[in-house]
Design a protein around this ligand. Structure first.
Ligand code: SF4
Ligand code: SF4
Length: 127
């Protein structure tokens, strides 16, 4: 199964997402409509603002894709054979926190004041 397959590649030194990135990192552009943030010194990137995913921390297990009730995440390849996810539909997030809790690499941080204001609509669209 894909989760078991990608779990083999868990990086021993994977660093959790910097939860202060919205204050300390800077936006360097957009990827499919969501912001891309860069670390002030290192070449590390976070996709998303409401749903932040640290690309270098992500181990590509895809548990968040399976868990998200509103289909926020899609697979993302960084061009170096590194599989990660990007929160392309972050505006559909209903702040259930399932992804953040499940992520084995602590690569996700949810903005508690963000997310969709129409929970029912989001759920119906994903059905
Ligand atoms: S963000 Fe976390 S749960 Fe989602 S694919 Fe990456 S490591 Fe797995
Ligand atoms: S908090 Fe819930 S709805 Fe939002 S991205 Fe994570 S799993 Fe999806």
């Amino acid at each position: 199964m894909r989760v078991a397959f990608f779990s083999k590649f868990i990086k021993q030194n994977s660093v959790p997402i910097d939860k202060s990135f919205r204050e300390t990192w800077r936006i360097i552009g957009q990827y499919k409509g969501i912001s891309v943030w860069r670390h002030p010194e290192r070449e590390e990137y976070i996709h998303g603002s409401v749903v932040g995913v640290c690309i270098s921390s992500c181990i590509g297990c895809l548990k968040c894709i399976d868990a998200c009730p509103t289909n926020v995440f899609v697979e993302f390849h960084d061009g170096q054979e590194h599989l990660a996810v990007s929160p392309e539909r972050e505006h559909d997030c209903i702040l259930c926190f399932a992804c953040e809790l499940l992520c084995p690499a602590q690569a996700i941080h949810i903005e508690q004041n963000g997310g969709s204001s129409d929970t029912l609509d989001s759920l119906l669209r994903s059905a």
